[in-house]
Write a protein that binds this ligand. Structure first.
Ligand code: SAM
Length: 285
């Protein structure tokens, strides 16, 4: 394979030179490829779509972990759905007193990420505070009796196995798995090219949570501008945590971050007009 062509959109595709191919195989659930590119480092793709690269993964993973955890302020238990590359687990475990349960559908993604994408997990899968379960995320939240302070949904696009993680059924089960004041955050696509993914989630999340909205960040290898992260909670105050409080929590945590800071945390909830216009035309709650 000389070049990898991403197949997310019919008429536009990004091409990546494959400088070294580490792994390519059809797993039980998906077509998994891991390769090295001179500019992006190691890259993982699933079913023809770029999932993560070494050069910019920190943006995505810091915004889906530290933002809800610092907003909440007293997180003890986190559930990660998906996240087979291990970087989400790595970031959550930086919060020293947090226990994590991760539910990933595809064992091969974890195994090959450990072997060919080690900088993502950095040993997080072997951390005694982590419990790893191989199962479909929807089934898990439906059948599970445990509860969590934060749920992070780090699935693939709403195609194939990832589709279930964008359903109202999934969001309502997640709500039932949250402790009082708990927060659900999910990856939710690039609004400029995937606005329906945003409006669908807004409509469905609004049926499950009092406070349902989005925040955003630009992840360079997710083509098309800002990426949205969905936010759902029944505690309407937690999104309004003051800058002063966020600064104190961030300082006390001792975390060194490369993208996240308390100021960008607050700014991230400010959405562009075209997104607000699309949401204002969408039934909600
Ligand atoms: N950052 C990526 C994105 O935004 O598209 C997501 C990366 S992460 C590797 C996606 C993970 O979700 C994969 O490991 C995949 O196997 C997992 N996954 C997909 N559908 C799932 C499901 N229904 N339940 C649990 N994990 C799932």
């Amino acid at each position: 394979m000389k070049y990898f062509k991403e197949t997310l959109y019919d008429s536009v595709c990004q091409e990546y030179r494959v400088d070294k191919l580490y792994f390519e195989h059809k797993t039980e659930h998906q077509h998994l490829v891991i390769f090295h590119n001179a500019m992006l480092g190691r890259v993982m793709t699933l079913d023809g779509i770029v999932q993560t690269t070494e050069v910019d993964e920190f943006i995505y993973h810091e915004m889906l972990t530290h933002l809800p955890i610092f907003a909440h302020g007293d997180v003890k238990k986190v559930l990660i759905i998906g996240g087979g590359d291990g970087a989400m687990l790595r970031e959550v475990l930086k919060h020293s007193d947090v226990e994590v349960t991760q539910v990933e559908i595809d064992q091969a993604v974890i195994d090959m990420s450990k072997e060919f994408l080690p900088n993502h997990s950095q040993g997080a899968f072997d951390n005694p505070r982590a419990t790893i379960i191989i199962r479909d995320g929807l089934e898990f939240v439906r059948d599970c009796e445990d509860t969590f302070d934060v749920i992070i949904s780090d699935g693939t696009d709403p195609i194939g196995p990832g589709e279930a993680l964008f359903s109202e059924e999934y969001y309502s089960h997640c709500r039932n798995r949250l402790n009082k004041g708990g927060i659900l955050v999910t990856q939710n696509g690039v609004p400029f090219f995937q606005i329906t993914e945003v409006t669908n989630t807004y409509q469905r999340l609004g049926l499950c949570f009092k406070d349902a909205t989005f925040y955003s960040a630009s992840v360079p290898t997710y083509f098309g501008g800002i990426m949205t992260f969905a936010w759902g909670t029944n505690d309407s105050n937690v999104r309004r945590t003051s800058l002063e409080t966020l600064r104190t929590r961030y300082k006390e945590s001792g975390l060194n971050t490369r993208y996240y800071n308390p100021e960008i945390h607050q700014a991230a909830f400010v959405l562009p007009q075209y997104v607000l216009d699309a949401l204002s035309k969408t039934e909600h709650g």
